[in-house]
Design a protein around this ligand. Structure first.
Ligand SMILES: *[C@@H]1O[C@H](CO)[C@@H](O)[C@H](O)[C@H]1NC(C)=O
Ligand SMILES: *[C@@H]1O[C@H](CO)[C@@H](O)[C@H](O)[C@H]1NC(C)=O
Ligand SMILES: *[C@@H]1O[C@H](CO)[C@@H](O)[C@H](O)[C@H]1NC(C)=O
Ligand SMILES: *[C@@H]1O[C@H](CO)[C@@H](O)[C@H](O)[C@H]1NC(C)=O
Ligand SMILES: *[C@@H]1O[C@H](CO)[C@@H](O)[C@H](O)[C@H]1NC(C)=O
Ligand SMILES: *[C@@H]1O[C@H](CO)[C@@H](O)[C@H](O)[C@H]1NC(C)=O
Ligand SMILES: *[C@@H]1O[C@H](CO)[C@@H](O)[C@H](O)[C@H]1NC(C)=O
Ligand SMILES: *[C@@H]1O[C@H](CO)[C@@H](O)[C@H](O)[C@H]1NC(C)=O
Ligand SMILES: *[C@@H]1O[C@H](CO)[C@@H](O)[C@H](O)[C@H]1NC(C)=O
Length: 799
């Protein structure tokens, strides 16, 4: 009996995995090859199973030698899984194509058995193997020793994997479209000034669109002194570039599969997913208003962007779309251009802006003289008449080409485009292909009896004539919406993480808040109003009390806060600085603050929600204290500043009192000349004038935990007297400490509303962490990341 059982056991252990693995390769040795006919089995799989390398079908009878995230058997081919391609410009035929490792040490890709389409240009007498590492790097290495002859990480196509560096020798080039993997128009690279940059390199023109070309490197927050030129996304979701460009993904800190891709629409996005059975979701993107991307709608077109619907391309009045399946071809005129000035007229487009290709610029111009300036030149196609904010003079720009046109809410001017008289071009030809980009399926026919010239002919023929099977994808937003629904992350959050950060005018915010009529909160140096932004988003708008800061200082601080990005941090959408007005625009939280929810009688916060709030808040504080480039203290942690989203996830708010500090300057207390914070939550350091460190936030956090556990407010346990601050805190803390002496202390302290339905073990964890946090001696208090660890570890225990 025992024998039979162990026998079966052995079978299970050895036979099944063996059978499963035997159809894939772990490596390819010198002298052997992979063949396209066996593309389903001839696949090299990394030892963790995450990556595969081999022939990937990218069209009918068209294959590329590629690396991809291993796909589920039943999933349809998803081009988003491809991370690298050897022959992106020249797919190979589905018959007789092979990848060889020659005895000379060179790696070769043969198309239809005859044309060399790609090679690694390596040579070696040693024994070699082609091996796919766990991080997705395909390496050709010597079997003895550590020499690597070639590796795919040195030749990225459009994707960087975590820990794959972008260097001075490499760049990312977008694909032509979702289905056409040939090189497209957009490129991410380090320029000669050591700055990471995005260029549009279109069929006719090229230009830089990120960072904005009118800003110096310094103004764009970059440094151009570090000539190392290296940029890297780490596996937790943090990107660091040697030019000082740094960001963290929206889901930073969680172990995920990630990829950073130069997408065909000119945006860089980081995608992540938990594992192979999930969909990819966008966890970061560089440009929110995609109309900023040059060439996105082609020439002679307009682009308008709506945060809810995404971008929309249209042709300018009098123009029609050149190729209905591809906006990058732009629009062409439906009229003949005339040089005769008395036959020209102008059409007025308000809020419409054209970037670049100016032929003349006149400061302080009148409308008439601007129009005349344009009419004088045959090659003037439009002029832009602007009135920059704050000045009462008009500026005139005449345009040679109608490129990079977009409607922009912040553009203060009017564009007049030139059209012949007597036509009725008043409406834009709105072939508004919202976000659906029409894509062409690649076809590759195979000549049954290939002779060299026949193959050439057929390939040529199929590339040129074939490909009429049109497949439309609703790309960016529909894709996002879909993945949002499927992923368990809060869709609101992911969605908002993608929206922009912009400057608002005072009048815009005045309208948004209906003249500051609906006050929803107060404190932290200002009053908060609810409002609706021009794009219909519901926002909380904080009006800071008075301009204590100069504009420069304010902008510097705002730009740092604007760059912070954490799922438990309230999102800042923009700001306004005009004269003495300083306003901040935040996302609006429907469920109000933790304080409101704790004091409400509805018992809506059960123990598990409270635990999640404690964990989320500790995560964001750890992020602020330890992960950010700048060292940030919040200094005013209290239940009023912890807002709750629709899933009751916490969002830390109110940086009104926060202070950015240089990490190396931690003992310098001079910046904190004024006591910050709120009675009841302030650490003893404030009162005894001790150095201020991140431990002040730890203390306040501890008090908040105690309030969440007990349902009692620290400020309600009120006494009067000289040492009132100390006593305020003292009351709740002392009470809990005293209770702790008894054996059933947790039951005695927890909020009566939770008594009947509560995980006492978890509440005990919270209470112990809270008491550690409120130690008088700041050196005994844990750091915020230690708190995260303690809470996270118990979170897992219970599950
Ligand atoms: C995968 O597809 C095959 C046939 O296409 C089917 O028999 C099998 O049940 C599917 N497996 C799953 C997990 O859906
Ligand atoms: C340049 O950048 C690299 C990578 O970010 C960094 O390790 C290095 O210290 C920087 N060098 C200087 C001189 O700042
Ligand atoms: C992927 O995640 C799902 C749900 O989180 C889990 O059930 C499944 O086992 C995971 N698969 C792998 C291969 O890790
Ligand atoms: C439009 O573009 C597609 C894809 O680039 C191309 O195959 C097709 O021939 C073009 N159509 C016209 C009318 O130019
Ligand atoms: C855009 O319009 C101009 C005339 O205004 C024309 O000369 C040019 O060829 C058009 N561009 C394209 C890509 O058709
Ligand atoms: C310009 O157009 C006007 C009106 O159509 C015509 O009378 C005039 O002769 C034209 N001038 C030239 C130089 O063609
Ligand atoms: C603009 O031009 C007008 C008339 O030419 C002149 O009166 C005015 O002073 C100018 N304004 C500035 C700011 O140069
Ligand atoms: C546009 O036309 C003017 C004269 O009409 C000429 O001086 C200028 O060089 C032209 N510009 C371009 C870019 O062709
Ligand atoms: C893919 O794009 C390249 C470059 O624009 C083009 O030459 C090729 O014809 C395209 N292939 C298909 C099938 O449209």
């Amino acid at each position: 009996m025992a024998f039979t059982v162990s026998h079966i056991f052995l079978l299970v252990i050895f036979l099944f995995p063996f059978q499963y693995c035997s159809s894939y390769l772990t490596s390819l040795k010198k002298g052997s090859s992979l063949s396209v006919e066996k593309y389903e089995e001839d696949v090299i799989v990394s030892s963790n199973g995450i990556f595969s390398a081999g022939f990937y079908q990218i069209g009918e009878n068209a294959f590329s030698f590629a690396i991809w995230f291993t796909e589920l058997q039943n999933h349809s081919h998803n081009p988003a899984n491809i991370v690298w391609m050897a022959n992106r410009e020249q797919p190979v035929n589905g018959k007789h194509s092979k990848l060889f490792i020659l005895n000379t040490g060179n790696m070769l890709l043969l198309d239809a058995g005859q044309h060399n389409t790609w090679s690694s240009n390596t040579a070696s007498n040693a024994h070699l193997e082609l091996y796919l590492k766990e991080d997705g790097n395909l390496v050709l290495r010597e079997l003895q020793g550590t020499t690597i002859l070639w590796q795919s990480f040195d030749f990225p196509t459009n994707t960087l994997l975590p820990n794959q560096p972008l260097t001075r020798h490499t760049n990312l080039v977008s694909s032509r479209s979702q289905s056409n993997h040939s090189s497209g128009f957009y490129k991410l690279f380090f320029d000669d000034n050591n700055v990471l940059r995005l260029d549009y390199d279109g069929p006719d023109v090229s230009s830089t669109y990120w960072p904005p070309s009118w800003l110096s490197a310094w103004q764009a927050g970059r440094s151009n002194y570090n000539s190392t030129r290296i940029a890297l996304l780490d596996s937790l979701g943090k990107f660091i570039s040697s030019d000082n460009y740094i960001f963290s993904t929206y889901d930073y800190g969680i172990h995920m599969q990630r990829r950073l891709t130069m997408d065909f629409d000119g945006n860089i996005r980081v995608y992540s997913r938990k594992n192979v059975s999930d969909n990819w979701h966008v966890s970061w993107q560089v440009i929110s208003d995609t109309c900023i991307i040059h060439g996105i709608c082609g020439a002679n077109s307009t682009c308008s962007y709506d945060p809810k619907k995404g971008k929309k391309c249209s042709c300018l009045p009098g123009y029609k779309m050149k190729n209905h399946s591809d906006w990058s071809y732009g629009c062409e005129p439906m009229f003949d251009f005339t040089c005769n000035r008395s036959e020209s007229t102008f059409l007025k487009l308000k809020g419409f802006e054209l970037f670049g290709y100016d032929s003349n610029f006149v400061q302080n111009s009148t409308y008439k003289s601007c129009e005349n300036l344009c009419l004088q030149h045959c090659n003037c196609t439009a002029f832009q008449y602007t009135y920059p904010e704050g000045s009462n003079i008009f500026q005139c720009y005449t345009k040679l080409q109608l490129l990079n046109g977009r409607y922009s809410p912040s553009f203060q001017g009017i564009t007049y485009i030139r059209i012949p008289k007597g036509n009725n071009f008043h409406k834009e030809e709105s072939v508004s292909v919202n976000n659906d980009v029409c894509l062409v399926q690649l076809h590759r026919d195979y000549a049954t009896k290939p002779t060299s010239s026949m193959v050439k002919f057929f390939l040529w023929l199929s590339i040129t004539v074939g490909g009429l099977e049109v497949v439309c994808f609703f790309v960016v937003f529909v894709f996002l919406n879909k993945t949002n629904k499927k992923s368990n992350a809060n869709p609101q959050n992911t969605y908002h993480a993608l929206l922009g950060f912009r400057r608002y005018s005072y009048s815009e915010l005045k309208v948004a808040t209906k003249n500051f009529s609906n006050e929803i909160g107060r404190g932290g140096g200002g009053v908060v109003y609810s409002g609706t932004l021009p794009d219909q988003r519901h926002a909380a708008i904080k009006r800071l009390n008075e301009a204590k800061q100069g504009e420069g200082e304010f902008l510097a601080e705002v730009s740092i806060i604007g760059r912070l990005n954490h799922m438990n941090l309230i999102e800042m959408w923009g700001y306004c600085v005009e004269g003495k007005h300083r306003l901040l625009v935040y996302e609006y939280m429907k469920n109000g603050s933790l304080a409101e929810n704790l004091s409400s009688k509805t018992n809506i916060l059960d123990w598990s929600k409270r635990y999640d709030i404690a964990l989320g808040t500790s995560r964001v504080l750890a992020y602020l204290h330890e992960e950010c480039l700048e060292w940030i203290l919040h200094c005013d942690i209290k239940p009023q500043n912890i807002l709750l989203d629709s899933n009751f996830q916490p969002k830390l708010a109110d940086f009104g009192l926060s202070k950015l500090k240089n990490r190396n300057n931690m003992n310098n207390n001079s910046e904190f000349s004024m006591i910050r914070g709120t009675r009841g939550y302030m650490a003893p350091e404030w009162i005894f004038n001790l150095p201020i460190t991140s431990k002040v936030d730890v203390y306040s956090y501890g008090v908040v935990l105690l309030e969440m556990i007990t349902g009692k407010s620290s400020t309600m346990m009120n006494i009067e007297g000289d040492n009132a601050e100390v006593a305020y805190n003292g009351r709740l803390i002392t009470w809990v400490r005293e209770k702790k002496r008894s054996t059933c202390w947790v039951e005695e302290i927890i909020d009566p509303s939770m008594v009947n339905n509560c995980d006492l073990n978890k509440m005990e964890v919270l209470a112990r962490v809270a008491l550690d946090c409120v130690e008088e001696d700041r050196d005994i208090r844990p750091t915020m990341s230690q708190v995260v660890e303690m809470l996270q570890c118990h979170d897992k225990d219970v599950e």
